[in-house]
Design a protein around this ligand. Structure first.
Ligand SMILES: *[C@@H]1O[C@H](CO)[C@@H](O)[C@H](O)[C@H]1NC(C)=O
Ligand SMILES: *[C@@H]1O[C@H](CO)[C@@H](O)[C@H](O)[C@H]1NC(C)=O
Ligand SMILES: *[C@@H]1O[C@H](CO)[C@@H](O)[C@H](O)[C@H]1NC(C)=O
Ligand SMILES: *[C@@H]1O[C@H](CO)[C@@H](O)[C@H](O)[C@H]1NC(C)=O
Ligand SMILES: *[C@@H]1O[C@H](CO)[C@@H](O)[C@H](O)[C@H]1NC(C)=O
Ligand SMILES: *[C@@H]1O[C@H](CO)[C@@H](O)[C@H](O)[C@H]1NC(C)=O
Ligand SMILES: *[C@@H]1O[C@H](CO)[C@@H](O)[C@H](O)[C@H]1NC(C)=O
Length: 432
């Protein structure tokens, strides 16, 4: 077994080890929660929102579980929490008002979508009864409830609730799986799966300790310290992947806020598999490169490297391009003059059909650069190569920095010796 094949195996193992770890962060079944206190001026609607930055935290628990996802996967980050008690049939709007300091129909609350907080158990048992009651109240009073958080009525000493600063990009991982008593799939009062037809909001389950944390926050509803009477709410957002969490604090007044200290959170949501896909693609590329190299070395033998007989194909990916004659780099400006970015329209315009740097097939409408030697590359690949590595074509070693130099003599002479003059100007400037 030679060195390259050992490297391939080591990389494969590393890659396989890496993937499950990344995927084991927050996911669809075990979301994490971003929680922040937000204040509104009494009588004004959402226009006056002020986020209390000190209160902005991420909450993690293995007991956070998705009961019913509905279509809640993307970006519902401005929902305010309303306490609905046990949410059982018989719960009235007066009850909801009393539980929320008479704020549940205030202008600010009415301008925003809400999340209903309810306790498991109480006057009724089945979760579907609670959900139906909340949907009915929400419809009747236009409360715009978009999700429900059910918190456990039982307390378990081993429940972990981890509070992290939003600056902390780490996330906790769980050693063991959730005990069956705390797993929503083992709760006989959870009949949501059998009643999902009439449900049009998302349902999440949290442990008792977190339910009480939220209730404490809700009950701090009014505050007049700033001089202006304000209404205080808790804003909750579910996240299904750490990679989608991004706080963009912006001090300008965009968005119509009159607050000098207004902060804005932009949440870029996406599928939690994004990182895993990226890693998988990266891993596959590395493995492919090593494999390709290993195949070539075993074919030509170790002793016969770089004996001058290397053809174009062998030069690709071998890293054996002699840089002695041209180690200088090109400026992006010169690159733009020499071979402007163009759309790949016709397989005839390049001698190669695969970008030799990333080994991706060139597809119609890809943005490419065609070097004077008529070799074509993805813009992103060749720009880095020519501006950071060396000004020579990765395939034929034609030195692009010598504009006056004629392209090297071609065996398959489809070239016209007229460097890129026929290429159309770029439709838009390349990205910097
Ligand atoms: C809510 O309204 C009721 C009746 O109008 C009143 O008795 C109660 O004190 C109010 N609660 C708060 C917190 O203002
Ligand atoms: C603010 O409330 C208005 C309705 O009063 C609504 O149309 C608008 O989308 C809300 N803006 C935000 C950012 O929630
Ligand atoms: C919690 O609620 C369930 C379902 O109603 C009930 O069976 C259980 O006894 C309750 N547990 C506690 C500790 O109240
Ligand atoms: C960040 O989060 C990780 C994982 O939850 C934790 O171990 C670490 O202590 C946190 N760091 C800070 C500075 O809070
Ligand atoms: C808990 O639920 C899982 C499936 O969700 C099932 O396989 C298991 O047997 C259940 N355990 C108990 C103790 O009910
Ligand atoms: C859901 O329905 C299935 C059969 O359709 C039944 O076996 C199961 O017990 C039901 N679960 C609940 C919680 O009602
Ligand atoms: C309620 O508000 C007071 C005054 O701002 C604050 O000291 C206290 O920590 C708040 N309580 C909670 C649970 O946030």
């Amino acid at each position: 077994m030679n060195r390259s094949s050992r490297a391939v195996i080591a990389l494969l193992v590393l890659w396989l080890l890496l993937l499950p770890n990344v995927a084991s962060q927050a996911n669809r079944n075990n979301p994490f929660i971003w929680q922040v206190v937000v204040q509104y001026e009494l009588g004004k609607s959402n226009q006056s929102a002020t986020y209390l930055t000190d209160t902005s935290v991420k909450q993690y628990s293995q007991d956070f579980q998705t009961v019913f996802l509905y279509d809640d996967l993307y970006g519902h980050n401005e929902r305010l929490l309303l306490d609905f008690g046990d949410g059982c049939p018989g719960t009235s709007m007066d009850n909801v008002q009393a539980l929320n300091g008479n704020t549940s129909t205030s202008p600010s609350m009415m301008a925003q979508p809400s999340i209903a907080l309810i306790q498991r158990g109480g006057r009724c048992t089945l979760w579907s009864d609670k959900v139906n009651q909340i949907q009915a109240l929400s419809n009747q009073y236009h409360l715009n409830v978009g999700a429900i958080i059910v918190f456990d009525n039982a307390t378990w000493p081993s429940v972990e609730l981890i509070t992290e600063s939003t600056d902390n990009s780490s996330y906790p991982t769980w050693d063991a799986s959730l005990p069956t008593t705390r797993n929503i799939n083992n709760m006989s009062d959870n009949d949501i799966a059998n009643h999902s037809n009439g449900i049009f909001l998302a349902i999440f389950f949290v442990p008792n300790v977190y339910g009480n944390t939220l209730k404490d926050l809700i009950h701090n509803y009014t505050l007049t310290s700033s001089g202006k009477p304000t209404q205080q709410y808790v804003q909750i957002a579910m996240f299904f992947s750490e990679s989608t969490f991004s706080l963009d604090q912006d001090d300008n007044n965009a968005g119509g806020s009159g607050n000098a200290d207004g902060n804005y959170w932009d949440v870029f949501t996406g599928d939690h598999a994004y990182i895993a896909y990226l890693l998988a693609a990266g891993g596959a590329l590395v493995v492919a490169l090593f494999f390709f190299r290993w195949c070539r070395t075993s074919r030509t033998g170790f002793g016969s490297r770089n004996d001058g007989s290397m053809d174009d194909e062998q030069a690709i990916g071998s890293g054996n391009i002699p840089l002695t004659e041209s180690t200088h780099k090109m400026s992006l400006q010169k690159l733009d003059e020499l071979c402007p970015v163009q759309e790949y329209r016709d397989a005839q315009e390049t001698k190669n059909t695969i970008c030799a740097i990333c080994l991706e097939e060139l597809n119609l409408h890809d943005m490419i650069r065609v070097l004077p030697c008529h070799h074509g590359f993805c813009v992103g690949c060749i720009d880095v190569w020519l501006t950071k590595k060396a000004s020579i074509c990765p395939i034929c070693k034609y030195d692009c920095d010598h504009v006056q130099q004629t392209p090297p003599s071609q065996t398959d002479s489809s070239s016209t010796n007229a460097p890129t003059i026929t290429t159309p100007p770029p439709t838009h400037p390349p990205n910097h």
